[in-house]
Design a protein around this ligand. Structure first.
Ligand SMILES: O=C(O)CCC(=O)C(=O)O
Ligand SMILES: [Fe+2]
Length: 243
């Protein structure tokens, strides 16, 4: 299905790579129509978590539902997986937790996605439409990453300090990606600090989030984090991904 599959050359070294027109406008429109048809019959859970000036606020179609309703997205996930593996020079796989591995994020006008790191090695984002605002902001390879000590107080402390706006402005190099139909972005999700600026205008911002990790990767924070990211209820936990 992809129209343009160039290698994601800089992904490994720069922590980040982009490819314009990975999908054609027609292919994007076709997926947007499928998503719109799905939404006529299924209410998407709305997730809202306070977090300072940039909260988490979006709707999501999670991976189990995608597997049942969107075969095209499953093929796309496999295709992007091959590109990611070629670029990383190692074998990464869709996450074992299918619900988490593949998502469609639907961010309404005014919605945003707070600053965070992903739990997995590589995350690819495919934008299906252009909207005003809603830029993904990324500090590539910014994290002081403690391999093997990821869920310790020390990592948490480093993330807190490094995440403070004056610190990240001085030490990070901000990349802003404006949503554009068919644009593919891949990043080392657990090393790139990233967020989504508030969506402007009146149209939903719709994109596909594909997550990859080493075979059998387990996440200490999985159940709390899933509750945080997918439950349409207010939860009392702080962001369990520490960022
Ligand atoms: O929608 C985006 O641009 C990024 C979303 C994201 O970071 C995530 O779902 O983890
Ligand atoms: Fe993310």
């Amino acid at each position: 299905m992809p129209d343009n599959t160039l290698p994601l050359t800089e992904l490994k070294t720069d922590g980040f790579a982009m490819q314009d027109a990975f999908l054609s406008n027609e292919a994007c429109d076709d997926l947007l129509r499928q998503i719109a048809a799905y939404r006529v019959k299924h209410e998407l859970p709305e997730v809202y978590r306070e977090s300072g000036s940039r909260p988490l606020h979006y709707r999501v179609i999670e991976g189990e539902r995608i597997a049942a309703h969107f075969p095209d997205l499953i093929s796309l996930y496999a295709c992007v997986n091959d590109l990611v593996n070629e670029a990383m020079g190692e074998t990464l796989e869709p996450l074992e937790d299918r619900k988490v591995g593949l998502n469609v994020n639907v961010t309404p006008a005014g919605g945003a996605y707070r600053w965070h790191y992903d739990r997995n090695e590589v995350t690819a984002i495919l934008y299906l439409n252009a909207v005003p605002g809603g830029e993904t902001e990324i500090y590539p390879n910014y994290r002081l990453f403690m391999e093997g000590a990821r869920y310790t107080a020390l990592q948490r402390f480093a993330d807190r300090v490094m995440g403070m706006p004056p610190i990240r402005t001085v030490f990070g190099k901000l990349v802003q990606v404006a949503p554009e139909a068919g644009l593919l972005v891949a990043m080392r999700g657990n090393r790139c600090l990233h967020s989504v600026r508030p969506v402007e205008g009146d149209e939903d911002r719709i994109n596909v989030i594909m997550s990859f990790d080493r075979p059998g990767a387990q996440f200490d924070v999985a159940s709390e984090l899933n509750q945080y990211l997918y439950a349409a209820t207010r939860v009392s936990v702080d962001d369990p991904n520490y960022s």
